[in-house]
Every structure is written in C-alpha cells, then in structure tokens.
Design a protein around this ligand. Structure first.
Ligand SMILES: [Zn+2]
Length: 149
C-alpha cells in the first residue's frame, strides 16, 4: 500500500530537518536520476550530452551545464542531461573540455538563458526540497513504468 502524500511529505521533512543542506543533496540525486531516465529511449539508452558515448541511463551521470552550486538553475531540466562519467568528472575537475560541446548540444538560446538565470539568488527551504523530492520520485516511478525497470 502506497504511503499518502502527506505521510511522505512529513517523512521527508523529518529527514531533511537533520541535514545541514536541508535536503538539497538528496533532491539533486533524485532530479539527476529523473533527468537521465527522461532522456533515455525506450531501451533505456541515452547519449552523452557532450561526447558520442552511448550507455544505459544507469551507467550515466546527470551532468549539469551550470554547476549545481547555483540554486537558481540546479533544478532546471534543461540544465541537466545524461553525461558519461568521463565527461562529467572532467567538468568537476574544472577542465573546460566538454563545456563547449555541452553548450552546442542545447537548443538555441537555452545556454544564454541558463547562464543569466544562474546569477539569480535563490534559496530553498527544507519544505521546498521535500515538495520537490516527492515530485521527482513520482516522475521516476512514471519513467520506471515506461522503461520497464
Ligand atoms: Zn561523454
């Protein structure tokens, strides 16, 4: 029997109250998983946003175009795409190797939009994170159904 939404929300709030980051880390993980699944074809396969690598969604990272340090764009769907571990780890070392390719792969205007939006100051409460986490979990369930996993 599935938990009611209220019960799920209260459980998240209790958990996030113990986290110094108010739940941002868990929310990012869920969001990245959701985005990898959404971008996968019906075989569960996706292409790296910044190189030709093709892998199953669960072997990919969810790579950010603008660093997830920036709250205003951390949860923008267009800012997170499947990315192979090689490209994603080179980005986190501060190497610019794949950023230009990532930029080129985004629809026209999206990179400019994200770059501008990332400068906005955005703060999330633990309640915001709890609400987002439930939404991402629901979307992940929908994707699991679609992908048969
Ligand atoms: Zn790659």
């Amino acid at each position: 029997m599935a938990w009611s939404r209220e019960r799920r929300l209260n459980s998240k709030l209790n958990t996030y109250a113990k986290y110094a980051d108010h739940g941002k880390g868990e929310c990012l993980k869920l969001f990245q998983k959701m985005r990898r699944m959404q971008e996968a074809n019906h075989h569960g396969v996706c292409k790296c946003i910044s190189c030709p690598a093709v892998r199953r969604f669960n072997e990919m990272d969810g790579g950010h175009y603008i660093s997830r340090k920036h709250n205003a764009t951390a949860f923008e769907p267009q800012n997170v795409h499947p990315q192979c571990k090689k490209c994603n780890s080179s980005a986190s070392w501060g190497l610019s190797g794949n950023t230009a390719e990532y930029r080129k792969a985004l629809p026209e205007g999206v990179a400019d939009y994200l770059e501008s939006k990332s400068r906005e100051i955005k703060q999330f409460s633990k309640h915001d994170y709890a609400e987002m986490a439930l939404e991402f979990e629901d979307q992940i369930e929908i994707e699991k159904e679609r992908l048969g996993v």
